[in-house]
Ligand binder design. Structure first.
Ligand code: 5AD
Ligand code: SF4
Length: 483
């Protein structure tokens, strides 16, 4: 009988990819995925530590599992990802029913650990952990052949029958930036760049299997540079050109997340020159204040960030740019926050992910700076920036009404409300159209090359296809279209 595996993923795209790779390996060992957690044979949480809120969600899941484990005593429970690495022994102490802890830098060892735990549940139940701890065995100087974690990415298998059209491909693991607020360099370890040929082979394999969009992943993706054993270096720009040339049938290539200081003009030129690279950047500014940026250890000033955005827009006038911000960083004054507001107003981002500062144990900021901006002030700043970005989104989207855009149809949607940003007549037209939809048409959701969400009605057989649609109306977060 197949063993049932429940896997829930929290956090960033890197975790989504890690979960996919882990799932592939466990499937090959005879496990099948289930959506029913409490009766599963194995429950895995792939976790995120970037803010306390993300950790709280996992704590509450683990609390809920106490009872499930009593009624299902052979259940194996594993915490994988950044929380396992960060909280390690503390997690075992707080939740004695955890069997496995596995950090993101050790995931190649997870399938063996799971299987071992499953075989031993009836007898001696032993806790297992695979963590980097302070000894970063995946040292940045490792050659790929010795880097066993590379085998996890290389093990990727997929079936064209799955029908999936979008895929992530890792190009860099870990991070060396040590932004003062961030746990990632501690949980994911030092930067390791994958050999370009392995990356190209993986993108080719996915393209040959029918994928239409590949997103290259790295914590600081544009910092990619691979030193070959013969001394040559492949830069990020080189890699983009090489992937683009090697996969002429891949319609969409994109990458996240970029680090402002690392953008070379060559990389932006590669984006401009390679017609199938999407004109989309996720390039977090974090703050508009030079003093706060210095305290964050970001290595650039607000002016340097603005120059970069200007250069990108000069080279690609249609580029969509998204950013991240942290509000209420220690000692941030109202004036400094207003500099973030001004930067946002100037850059007119496609969207911004806005976070209230959350002190993370072990980081420089948590150890050295008081978390002295009151929660109420953080909330107010968060709301003010969200409201500004919301208005910018609404304006940007409204300006797209009437345009024809290419979308990749991702699935069915449930965006029930009609558009309200435009004048009443648009709403009326929408209502009329709604009544005219044939019975077999459903609301579908697609994404533009600039990562905007588009809702429209069509036959679900369109899912997984690239279509050109005309934008008929807009809301703050969504565009509405017809085929
Ligand atoms: N508090 C709040 N936000 C954080 N981020 C990273 N660390 C923290 C923290 N300690 C945000 C940054 C980053 C995004 C992934 O999460 O904006 O770009
Ligand atoms: Fe964290 Fe900074 Fe690295 Fe991004 S670049 S993962 S914010 S340390």
């Amino acid at each position: 009988m197949k063993r049932r595996l429940y896997l829930e993923t929290f956090g960033c795209q890197m975790n989504v990819l890690d979960s996919e790779l882990v799932l592939n390996q466990l499937r090959a060992m005879g496990y099948e995925q289930t959506d029913t957690r409490d009766t599963a044979d194995v429950v895995l949480f792939n976790t995120c530590s970037v803010r306390e809120h993300a950790e709280q969600k996992v704590w509450s899941r683990l609390g809920e599992l106490r009872e499930a484990r009593q009624t299902n005593p052979t259940m194996v429970i594993g915490v994988i990802g950044c929380m396992a690495e960060r909280d390690s022994a503390d997690l075992f102490r707080k939740f004695p029913h955890i069997d496995i802890l596995c950090g993101p830098g050790e995931l190649d060892r997870l399938p063996g650990m799971v299987h071992n735990a499953v075989l031993n549940t009836g007898t001696a139940r032993a806790r297992q952990s695979a963590l980097m701890g302070k000894n970063t065995r995946r040292s940045a100087t490792l050659h790929a052949a010795e880097d066993t974690l590379e085998s996890l990415d290389l093990s990727r298998s997929f079936s064209p029958a799955d029908g999936t059209k979008q895929a992530y491909v890792r190009i860099t693991r870990g991070c060396n930036k040590f932004c003062s607020y961030c746990v990632v360099p501690y949980t994911r370890g030092p930067e390791v760049h994958r050999p370009p040929q392995n990356i190209i082979d993986e993108v080719k394999k996915l393209t040959d299997g029918g994928h239409l969009e590949v997103t290259l992943l790295g914590q600081t993706v544009n910092h990619y540079h691979y030193k070959h054993p013969d001394g040559r270096t492949t830069s990020f720009a080189d890699l983009l050109y090489q992937i683009h040339e090697a996969t002429p049938h891949l319609p969409r290539l994109r990458f996240v997340t970029s680090f402002p200081r690392d953008f070379s003009r060559e990389a932006l030129q590669a984006m401009r020159d390679c017609s199938r690279i999407c004109h989309y950047l996720h390039i977090p500014a974090q703050s508009g204040s030079d003093r706060i940026l210095r305290m964050m250890n970001r290595g650039y000033s607000a002016d340097q960030y603005l120059e970069l955005i200007d250069t990108a827009r000069q080279l690609m006038p249609d580029i969509a740019i998204a950013s991240d911000f942290i509000v209420g960083f220690p000692t941030e004054t109202d004036d400094e926050f207003q500099q973030t507001v001004a930067l946002t107003a100037h850059c007119r981002f496609k969207n911004s992910f806005i976070f209230k500062y959350s002190p993370r144990p072990g980081t420089h900021a948590q150890e050295r700076y008081p978390d002295d901006v009151p929660e109420e002030v953080k909330r107010r700043r968060n709301n003010e920036l969200l409201a500004l970005q919301g208005n910018i989104c609404a304006d940007n989207n409204a300006a797209m009404v009437g345009q024809s855009v290419e979308i990749l149809v991702e699935g069915e949607g449930s965006l029930a409300s009609p558009p309200t940003v435009d004048a009443g007549h648009v709403e009326l037209a929408w209502e009329k159209k709604k009544q005219k939809h044939p019975a077999d048409h459903k609301q579908l959701i697609g994404r533009t090359r600039g990562d905007q969400i588009v809702a429209f009605h069509a036959d679900p057989s369109q899912i997984g296809k690239l279509l050109t649609v005309k934008i008929t109306a807009a809301r703050q977060m969504t565009l509405f279209a017809e085929c």
